[in-house]
Design a protein around this ligand. Structure first.
Ligand SMILES: [Zn+2]
Ligand SMILES: [Zn+2]
Length: 267
């Protein structure tokens, strides 16, 4: 059940930083979602404008402990370089805790490519920057202090993964990243407290590699999630009744993401 967190409980505090796409918009930033579990800050994707939205949400880049990437399209990853570079101002010693970057297989090569261009501009002090890959050919998982992460490959790019975060209190949030219809996503989201699911285009304008509101609703219904948030809206969605399209296939609690929307999840 999704409700306001009791102060003595460690749930997952979700903030939608960017509910939009690659298309410039004053209302919707590019894709990014912040999850806080206690004092630990997890960022999912960092499209252009993410650092500004972080500030608006009351968080700074120095608060971030983990950066998760669903895939490498620029509207999901482009602010990685500015984020690391900004960490060095006025000097890199401001960051004391490690920053771990996680993504599907290919992340190490992706970062090496960025390093070939930006060199030491995107290096941090020794031992502070870590890169971890998930297998994007099958299910994978990792355990961290305070939460665990499960991933599955989804239908978008070769490196694409969706994430399920489970807090130590059992709270669970699934982030789809970009995907077409995905049985893997249904399995990953089984009985999750919250599914943050892309819904890029209206039903009438479906494009390969993305979901529509009724497809996202179908996935949420089949997974039995307790609440669904639709996000990643291209401008084509703005003049369409997205809720009505999603209601063709899903009858549970539903939110349409807006930038800086907060959702608190706990058991
Ligand atoms: Zn994409
Ligand atoms: Zn996208």
């Amino acid at each position: 059940m999704v409700r306001v967190m009791a102060l003595d409980k460690l749930g997952i505090n979700v903030t939608i930083l960017g509910s939009g796409t690659c298309v410039p918009s004053l209302q919707r930033g590019s894709c990014s979602v912040l999850m806080q579990i206690g004092a630990t800050h997890l960022l999912f994707d960092s499209g252009p404008g993410t650092m500004r939205r972080l500030l608006e949400a009351g968080t700074t880049i120095l608060d971030l402990n983990y950066l998760f990437y669903s895939h490498f399209h620029p509207d999901h990853s482009a602010e990685l370089v500015p984020l690391i570079f900004a960490t060095k101002y006025p000097d890199a010693s401001r960051r004391q805790s490690p920053l771990t970057i996680l993504g599907g297989r290919g992340l190490t090569d992706f970062f090496a490519g960025l390093k070939a261009v930006y060199g030491s501009w995107i290096e941090l002090a020794a031992g502070l920057l870590k890169i971890l890959e998930f297998d994007n050919t099958t299910k994978d998982s990792k355990k961290f202090s305070g939460f665990s992460v499960e991933t599955v490959p989804v239908e978008h790019n070769p490196e694409s993964v969706a994430y399920r975060i489970t807090g130590d209190d059992g709270s669970s949030v699934v982030y789809s990243g970009d995907t077409d219809f995905s049985e893997n996503l249904i399995e990953l989201a089984k009985d999750a407290d919250l599914l943050i699911c892309e819904s890029a285009m209206p039903d009438s304008l479906r494009v390969k590699g993305h979901l529509t509101p009724s497809m996202a609703g179908d996935i949420a219904t089949r997974a039995g999630v307790r609440q669904l948030v639709l996000t990643h809206f291209y401008p084509d969605c703005e003049n369409v009744d997205i809720t009505r399209e999603c209601r063709k296939t899903y009858s549970g609690p539903l939110l349409l993401a807006e930038d800086l929307m907060r959702i608190e999840v706990c058991k």
